[in-house]
Design a protein around this ligand. Structure first.
Ligand code: FES
Length: 204
């Protein structure tokens, strides 16, 4: 009597067996996929947080916003009597004394609001360098290409197309407030009001 014939699996059932995954394999792959996705989401969240942190100073009141730069009395005391102007780097500006009686046509009256103070944008209107104060000439003098401006930021020489740009300044409840969200274009080369020759040697 011959032994019973061994039943061979059909090619189709063999292939199905090969492609069928165990529950453990499926679970591990899903876990890896979810982990990868969470990793990407974490990276994106970190990037978004870093961007917000970078922008936060201007949202809080740095350059590009309305800035409270300090107590009026302290600022006024610090820049009068021949002292240098106040540099306020966070707002990218200088604050200078503004004597309205020297501006009979009131060219700067609107942006100073009767405060006796004027805010100048420290960016040179030529090619954008920061313009420092020169203690000897008592002018602003740009180290990049030599543009010079009197103490009200009015053009006195060099390649700049106009005087320094500025910002509207007000005094509210004893605080000096500067609106750096809007740049007021500086006066033309020929519009200088202040008669202030250089008071000493140039710095550039
Ligand atoms: Fe100031 Fe050119 S950037 S003179």
């Amino acid at each position: 009597m011959s032994p019973p014939a061994t039943q061979q699996p059909s090619p189709a059932s063999s292939s199905a067996a090969r492609t069928r995954r165990s529950p453990a394999t499926v679970g591990r792959r899903d876990f890896l996929r979810v982990s990868w996705l969470l990793g990407w989401l974490g990276t994106l969240a970190g990037f978004g947080g870093a961007s917000l942190a970078f922008l936060w100073p201007s949202l809080r009141g740095g350059f590009g916003a309305v800035v409270d730069i300090g107590a009026e009395a302290e600022i006024r005391d610090g820049i009068t009597g021949g002292q240098p102007p106040l540099a306020y780097p966070a707002g990218r500006l200088w604050v200078v004394p503004y004597e309205q009686e020297l501006d009979p046509d009131g060219l700067y009256a609107a942006i100073t609001s009767g405060s006796g103070l004027m805010a100048l944008y420290h960016k040179c209107p030529h090619l954008g360098c920061r313009v420092p104060w020169c203690d000897t000439s008592r002018w602003f003098e740009c180290p990049c290409h030599g543009s010079r401006y009197n103490r009200w930021g009015e053009w006195q020489g060099g390649p700049a197309p106009r005087g320094m740009d500025r910002f509207a300044l007000t005094v509210e409840e004893g605080r000096v407030i500067v609106d750096t969200s809007s740049v007021v274009t500086g006066p033309s080369r020929t519009a200088a009001v202040l008669d202030q020759p250089a008071e000493g040697p140039s710095c550039v």
